[in-house]
Write a protein that binds this ligand. Structure first.
Ligand SMILES: [Zn+2]
Length: 352
């Protein structure tokens, strides 16, 4: 199903490229700017089974995107500047803002050098438990379990199941099934319990994942000192906020931020909601982020920034630079707003 959806999206992007429809749509849907969303930036890997590949782009693709924006004369600005332009209604120049979620070490090693070539700033949203070394990156642990095993035995609720994982295609199917099941569980604790059981059974060191991939506080200190870097908050545990009480959700936002401020000795005024889709961040979370004093908060809902976004500063949409579509031909489609308009049903504001 996911493959089918990916193919439809690719076909849609392809059609927009070939027909040039994005040139016609640009004046209507491109808004005043865009906030781009990335996770990992690192060289392509060869492995056929890469179920989290949508979360990573190669440095060359990031460079192509930055060149494209510069060639169009689009300002590449910080989230502070996005906030300022929105509240001052200063839209004389188009803008782009680059945001990277979770605090991966590759952001320092591969993203920052490319951004530096263009003197372009980046915002990195840090999960405090990830920096602490105690975070649970369950989607990566799941990938490691399935990569290693030729069959997966698991209990989905009351049913004991056995999933084939002997080929890359079978692994992808098994990953999709388990991933969807895990995301549907009542809360994070359930996901962590099930992942811990799978890791124990298949010999995956789940605790090492966080250390291997995420910057520690000691690494974040010099990184945050770079003049191009802004650090934002991304909660304590990277939980699905909508699945928790308002008390816990507010605590995740406020304490996640306080820990970063304490460790890095700087104010943190921007937030990204973990997962960020409408099942993880809605009207209640937007209000909680506002009440917690965040100046902006970004979702993963697709969309460009419009002047009206100024009234919804804690519900900002983003444009994903998705690792499954790293083709320079889609860059004008992404900046035109045509792709996001197609995906969000041609809405300018999606903040309910
Ligand atoms: Zn995240």
């Amino acid at each position: 199903m996911k493959q089918f959806r990916n193919n439809v999206i690719r076909a849609g992007l392809g059609a927009l490229c070939i027909t040039g429809a994005h040139y016609l749509l640009r004046p209507i849907f491109s808004g005043v700017g865009a906030v781009y969303m990335l996770h990992h930036v690192r060289p392509r890997r060869d492995a056929e089974f890469q179920p989290n590949r949508h979360l990573e782009v190669a440095p060359e693709f990031l460079r192509a995107m930055l060149s494209h924006l510069r060639a169009r004369g689009i300002d590449i600005i910080t989230m502070d500047e996005v906030h300022r332009r929105l509240i001052e209604r200063n839209f004389s120049r188009r803008f782009a803002c680059f945001t990277l979620d979770d605090g991966y070490r590759d952001n320092r090693d591969f993203a920052l050098p490319v951004m530096r070539e263009f003197d372009a700033p980046l915002n990195v949203y840090v999960v405090s438990d990830f920096a602490e070394g105690t975070g649970r990156l369950w989607w990566i642990a799941l990938e490691m379990v399935i990569a290693k095993a030729s069959a997966i035995e698991a209990r989905l609720g009351d049913a004991a199941i056995r999933l084939d994982a002997s080929t890359p295609a079978a692994k992808q199917t098994a990953f999709d099934r388990l991933h969807d099941w895990l995301r549907g569980l009542p809360c994070e604790h359930d996901i962590h319990r099930e992942i811990a059981a799978l890791c124990a059974r298949y010999g995956v060191d789940e605790a090492a994942v966080c250390h291997d991939l995420c910057m520690s506080w000691d690494e974040l200190k010099p990184f945050a000192d770079d003049p191009l870097v802004t650090i934002g908050a991304h909660t304590i545990t990277h939980c699905n906020l909508a699945k928790h009480s308002a008390g816990i959700a507010g605590h995740e936002m406020a304490i996640g931020r306080a820990r970063i401020e304490n460790a890095l000795q700087r104010p943190v005024i921007h937030l990204a909601y973990p997962y960020g889709d409408r099942f993880a961040a809605g009207a209640r979370e937007f209000a909680l982020a506002r009440a917690a004093g965040f100046k902006t908060a970004v979702t993963t809902r697709p969309g460009m920034i419009f002047p009206e976004s100024a009234d919804h500063l804690t519900a900002l949409p983003r444009v994903s630079l998705n690792g499954n579509y790293q083709d320079a031909r889609i860059l004008p489609v992404l900046t035109s707003g045509a792709a996001t308009a197609m995906w969000n049903g041609f809405r300018r504001i999606d903040a309910a």
